[in-house]
Design a protein around this ligand. Structure first.
Ligand SMILES: Nc1ncnc2c1ncn2[C@@H]1O[C@H](COP(=O)(O)OP(=O)(O)OP(=O)(O)O)[C@@H](O)[C@H]1O
Length: 486
């Protein structure tokens, strides 16, 4: 019988899950603090851990890290509030199987649990594939001739907005060349998908596409992941190991979050870019590699260069062509195209036959801000499909945040933001205005909100961007647009 550990400070959730999962034939245990969970995990192993992201003592990312150190094969599912989705996404990049948002729905959690356990048993029985970063191991694949298929066999959708047309042109233009590409854009805008599309349209398509998330690798691990090592190069290097450059030889190497590479590894990367040779850590032998480099970042690399965090020489070598992916909220004409595509995927995964979205649901999807871009839209659609019993997805199965967008009071330009609350949902701000000029209303409110957060964070832009749930680049653009000088 498979064992599941539930870690959540809400006793009701623990009890409900224990009862429900017990009925489904699983053996369960539950604790309310992270530390208690780790104590239990030291004594016994579980096939699966369901862990709340916000525990009173340890945060979800740290819990995940510690669980994976103790039991690398244990599957982990993170429970999160909707407002934490962006950080929960990080846990998936760091090895969680998936996350589920509150409120929890039995069908959804059961579906996710089954998927996690299935993936776990597959990974135990199948020999390891060429390894990449643990966080993006699934992205490491010999792409083969998959035509227009993107990572994991999913179809690449372009859309019909002006920026989508331009993106298609750029991909077609750059793919056949061997030029390096920088892809910029907020999280979830499809940077890895675009990198893969470029690879699949290139003459390297029948060789490997290897994706490495530099943000998820420790400084020590990154060197070995990228360049490999020889036995005895450092404590724990039990045997020779090839790195991603060797795995990607002849193909494409996608370096996500390149800005996070340590200075040492930047120097090694520069050498590959200049000489097309790598040296495994601890070795004195050069290995020639022929790899096309595509990098992605959601920070402003030029700014990182200005601040001395990223080497200018590398920047110029990889900046042969830049593709910027707009946030989904700025590609409104594409939202329903992607939503319909994700609906098809969800129908297939969940074995359902939902026909589409009703008008109100469409409106809500088009109006929403989409902090997590395509990834967030995909999750929202999947959940909505799961919860829909009729033929069409209706607005009431969408998350509350999408049905009731947050607005600030219209004439509040003095920094005194007033927000009203829905009595049924204390704590959730709701619209409190009838605006003649909605654009200027929302711009004013946005400006005020940015100023307030900057004030609260002591004018620390990185922290402010985090609180505002936008990336730094977007914050910089907004500061410029609103004429805020710091
Ligand atoms: N063009 C596309 N067609 C279909 N699905 C897409 C497309 N682009 C992105 N997606 C979906 O959105 C999800 C997020 O895409 P991706 O991982 O490429 O984003 P990203 O910008 O690399 O994110 P991050 O910055 O967080 O690494 C993918 O899992 C995929 O399902």
């Amino acid at each position: 019988m498979e064992k599941i550990l539930i870690i959540d400070d809400n006793n009701d959730i623990c009890l409900l899950l224990e009862r429900f999962l017990g009925k489904q034939g699983y053996k369960t245990a539950s604790v309310q603090r992270g530390e208690d969970g780790l104590v239990l995990l030291r004594k016994e192993s579980f096939e699966l851990v369901i862990c709340d992201f916000k525990l009173p003592d340890i945060d979800g990312l740290e819990m995940l890290r510690r669980i994976k150190v103790m039991h690398p094969t244990t599957a982990v599912i993170i429970i999160t509030g909707y407002s934490d989705v962006r950080v929960a996404v990080q846990t998936v990049k760091h090895g969680a199987y998936d996350y589920v948002t509150k409120p929890l729905y039995p069908d959804e959690i059961l579906y996710t649990i089954k998927g996690a356990l299935e993936r776990r048993s597959q990974s135990l029985t199948q020999p390891a594939t060429t390894t990449a970063s643990p966080a993006k191991a699934t992205s490491t694949r010999a792409a083969g001739n998959k035509g227009s298929l993107a990572p994991d066999g999913k179809r690449f959708i372009f859309g019909k907005s002006r920026v989508a047309e331009q993106l298609q042109k750029h991909i077609d233009l750059i793919a056949p060349t061997d030029m390096s590409v920088i892809i910029t854009g907020e999280t979830g805008t499809g940077k890895e998908f675009v990198a893969n599309a470029i690879h699949l349209k290139s003459k390297r398509a029948d060789k490997s596409f290897v994706a490495i998330d530099c943000g998820a690798l420790s400084k020590e691990l990154a060197g070995s992941e990228l360049f490999g090592h020889v036995k005895g190069a450092f404590t724990g290097a039990m045997s020779d190991k090839a790195g991603s450059f060797e795995f990607a030889n002849g193909g494409t190497l996608f370096l996500d979050e390149i800005g996070n590479l340590s200075y040492d590894n930047q120097i090694k990367l520069l050498r590959v870019l200049q000489e097309r040779k790598i040296r495994r850590i601890g070795s004195n032998q050069d290995i020639a590699v022929d790899v096309r480099i595509i990098v992605a970042t959601n920070e402003d690399l030029r700014e990182a260069v200005r601040q001395g965090r990223f080497r200018e020489d590398i920047y110029h070598r990889i900046d042969e062509f830049e593709i910027h992916l707009s946030p989904l909220r700025e590609r409104k004409a594409d939202i329903m195209i992607f939503a319909e595509h994700f609906l098809e995927l969800a129908n297939r995964q969940l074995e359902k036959d939902i026909l589409g979205f009703d008008d109100e649901a469409k409106e809500k999807l088009k109006e929403y801000y989409w902090h997590g871009n395509l990834r967030e839209l995909q999750n929202v659609v999947k959940r909505a499909v799961l919860l829909t019993s009729g033929d069409y997805v209706e607005a009431d199965v969408l998350p509350h945040e999408i049905i009731t967008p947050q607005y600030f009071a219209p004439d509040d330009t003095a920094g005194n933001v007033q927000v009203s609350f829905d009595p049924a949902r204390p704590g959730v701000p709701v619209m409190s205005q009838s605006a003649a000029n909605l654009k200027s209303v929302s711009e004013n409110a946005e400006r005020v909100a940015i100023l307030k957060v900057l004030e609260k964070t002591g004018y620390n832009k990185t922290k402010a961007a985090e609180v505002l749930n936008i990336d730094r680049k977007t914050l910089y653009n907004k500061l410029k647009a609103y004429d805020i000088h710091l």
